[in-house]
Design a protein around this ligand. Structure first.
Ligand code: HEM
Length: 494
């Protein structure tokens, strides 16, 4: 009897605990979406019935025009979702001091995950400033230029691989992932990972880097409901084998650099000198390099895959881009780093791909000090420290009010600077904007130029006609894949 009473008591306490702040936004007079017990407003994505961006789309469409932002619930936690673009730059730029942290920074523990948490994306406060400034210097134009010849050799290998398997369709993301893994290994670590031509351990390990083990996911859900658990049950995000792999990868690249005695002004050289200057530990330096795999691999390969898919789907755009490439080759004989950056139509094609298919569908920021935000005309509400703010970039970039016929691929429209109005955010905006955007764009341009120059690309029938984002993925990864055919261009020339 006592046990039953105790159980009933626990159930009742849990029920009230899960429910007690569901009136949070009502009390503050903020329009909000009624939550469902335990799941909040994300039942369908938490149960994997659809991708989280579809939950956001439903909320965005329902509340657009009613308020600048609305209140939502992530399980039992009250959060806000920005609706009006004018509030986007308010959060990311003008009131940045109040929103300087990323939501993830409170989830990970640098003592337990030293390799993973050197990443500025996961850091906040002074650590974020330090890590960001350490890594930002590495992306100078001089270093990108130094990397370009190495990138060119990987691009040649990409071409050879497509030729080698020309009679079969390629899944664009898989091909791009292998390409990007080789780009990062060669350009950043100075090691060849042979992903394009063979077994790709780097790709397997990088996948593990961005998808935590099941018990960690469970812990993250529990910590979402009972935040106190973060203090008492610290959880490692990356498994020991992944950590060892990347440490070993870094050590091999250091040994090779020492043995050859080569002096190159590249990223590896930069972090080695940084280690000496700041007396950083081995793991600190390896952590910076691992950031390229955790932040850069999936995102960059998605950009390449979606660009190839849109070119395959829009023959006119593909022909126009091929004409531009051929014009530059006729003028300069080869596509150098500078020529690549001069190609205006290529730039627009990539920008339009990022509008239609941003790899991240939302940006989240944490409120770091109390601030008032205007919820409806003339009425402000206090947003308390610790509240998370979601910016639905996918929804804004696909809103017909801002981008007429949003599902159509129209590169020309990207000649306008939408980011000034908070309408274009594939790399974020403001002080925490993506650090790798130039690197990603360079890798994408180099791959696309090589493939479009040599192949006519079409969509293979294995690609689903209605593209949906895979609910099991965090990033914008299409369910079933993007299958493409490549045929040598000379076959079509008479
Ligand atoms: C197409 C490829 C990429 C896309 C779409 C992308 C997108 C983003 C986005 C949306 C953010 C968050 C911005 C914010 O919170 O306001 C971000 C941050 C970041 N990205 Fe990227 N990224 C890409 C490639 C890369 C690459 C290649 C690297 C290389 C290391 C990289 C490193 C970072 C870092 C370090 C941050 C954190 C910046 C900070 O918090 O200070 N990204 N990226």
């Amino acid at each position: 009897m006592l046990t039953i009473l105790l159980l009933l008591f626990i159930v009742a306490i849990t029920y009230y605990y899960l429910k007690w702040n569901y009136d949070f936004w009502q009390v503050r007079g903020v329009p909000f979406e009624k939550p469902v017990l335990f799941f909040g407003n994300f039942k369908k994505s938490i149960t994997r019935l659809r991708h989280v961006s579809e939950d956001f789309t439903e909320l965005y469409n329902k509340y657009k025009g009613t308020a600048n932002f609305i209140g939502i619930f992530q399980m039992r936690e009250p959060r806000i979702m920005v609706i009006e673009p004018k509030l986007v730059n308010e959060v990311l730029i003008r009131k940045f001091n109040h929103f300087s942290a990323n939501e993830f920074s409170k989830i990970f523990n640098p003592k337990i995950d030293p390799l993973f948490t050197r990443n500025p994306f996961l850091a906040s406060g002074d650590s974020w400033k330090e890590y960001r400034s350490e890594i930002a210097t590495a992306f100078s134009s001089v270093r990108l230029r130094t990397m370009y010849p190495i990138m060119e050799s990987v691009v040649d290998n990409l071409h050879s691989q497509v030729i080698y398997h020309i009679n079969q369709p390629f899944e664009a993301r898989e091909l791009s992932l292998r390409f990007t893994a080789d780009i990062v290994s060669n350009c950043i670590f100075n090691l060849n990972s042979d992903c394009l031509s063979g077994c790709c351990k780097v790709r397997t390990m990088s996948k593990k880097l961005s998808s935590p083990p099941k018990k960690t996911v469970l812990f993250m859900i529990i910590a979402e409901i009972f935040p106190i658990c973060r203090k008492f049950l610290p959880m490692k995000f990356i498994t020991d084998d992944v950590e060892e792999f990347f440490l070993d990868f870094f050590e091999r690249s250091m040994r090779l650099r020492k043995r050859t005695g080569i002096k190159v002004d590249d990223f590896l050289d930069y972090v080695i000198s940084l280690r000496e200057k700041k007396k950083l530990s081995h793991k600190d330096v390896a952590g910076h390099l691992t950031t390229f795999f955790s932040d850069g691999l999936e995102t960059t390969s998605l950009l390449i895959a979606h660009t190839l898919y849109e070119l395959a789907n829009n023959e006119g755009v593909q022909c126009k881009l091929r004409d531009e490439i051929n014009r530059y080759i006729d003028t300069y004989d080869e596509i150098s780093y500078d020529v690549l950056n001069e190609m205006a139509y290529l730039e627009l094609v990539i920008a339009e791909t990022l509008r239609l298919h941003p790899p991240f569908t939302i940006i989240s920021k944490e409120c770091t000090s109390d601030v008032r935000l205007e919820v409806t005309k003339g009425r402000t509400v206090l947003i308390e420290k610790g509240t998370n703010v979601y910016i639905p970039l996918y929804q804004i970039q696909n809103d017909p009010e801002y981008f007429p016929k949003p599902k159509e691929f129209i590169p020309e429209r990207c000649s306008h600077h939408y980011s000034y109005d908070g309408l274009y955010l594939p790399f974020g905006n403001g002080t925490r904007q993506c650090l790798g955007m130039k690197f990603a764009s360079m890798a994408c341009k180099a791959a696309v130029v090589q493939l479009v120059k040599n192949f006519k690309i079409t969509v293979n029938s294995r690609t689903s006609e209605e593209l949906r984002i895979d609910p099991n993925e965090f990033l914008n990864i299409k369910k079933g894949g993007l299958w493409l055919n490549f045929k040598p261009v000379h076959m079509f020339q008479i």
